[in-house]
Design a protein. Structure first.
Length: 166
């Protein structure tokens, strides 16, 4: 299913379990996360509906390295993949994006601020209800998550684009 966030940004979300995927049709075509293999047919259908060929996607930004966010990477063979591992390269290639390191859910969690939109991955799902990503996983750290949440409270944004719908 498709939800238009603004004239150049869409949220793709699925009946099957997986993360939301965000399509940004800016100077380059960018995806934030790629969801799970279970969501693959819906992802491809949504891209077709938006008249986007997977081969035309220039870049993928991963909010963190969990299967429900990255299992469809192989669909995008012409895309450069960015994550916490290559942040300096990401910042250099997308100067309009502010990358915020937000460990806690995972060690490599990041959020992306684009203008007034915060793409939060699994760090925060709903700021009004304080829904946050799980911190009971082996690689999670509840204390570090609290520091990341405090950091995000200092960020001004109007639209939250979370990794999952609550």
């Amino acid at each position: 299913m498709i939800n238009q966030i603004n004239p150049k940004i869409w949220q793709l979300y699925f009946k099957e379990f997986g993360s939301c995927v965000y399509l940004l049709n800016l100077d380059k075509i960018i995806l934030i996360d790629t969801s799970s293999k279970a969501a693959k047919p819906e992802l491809l259908q949504d891209l077709q509906t938006l008249k986007i060929n997977p081969q035309n996607i220039n870049a993928i930004i991963l909010t963190h390295n969990h299967w429900d966010h990255n299992e469809n990477l192989s669909l995008f063979t012409n895309s450069k993949v960015y994550s916490a591992k290559n942040l300096s390269e990401l910042i250099k290639n997308f100067p309009n994006f502010k990358i915020i390191q937000t460990p806690g859910h995972t060690k490599d969690s990041i959020c992306i601020l684009y203008k007034n939109i915060l793409f939060s991955g699994d760090t925060i799902f709903d700021k009004q209800h304080n829904y946050i990503g799980r911190t009971d996983l082996p690689e999670s750290n509840p204390k570090v998550m609290q520091k990341s949440l405090a950091k995000l409270k200092q960020i001004k944004y109007n639209i939250l684009c979370a990794g999952h719908l609550v």
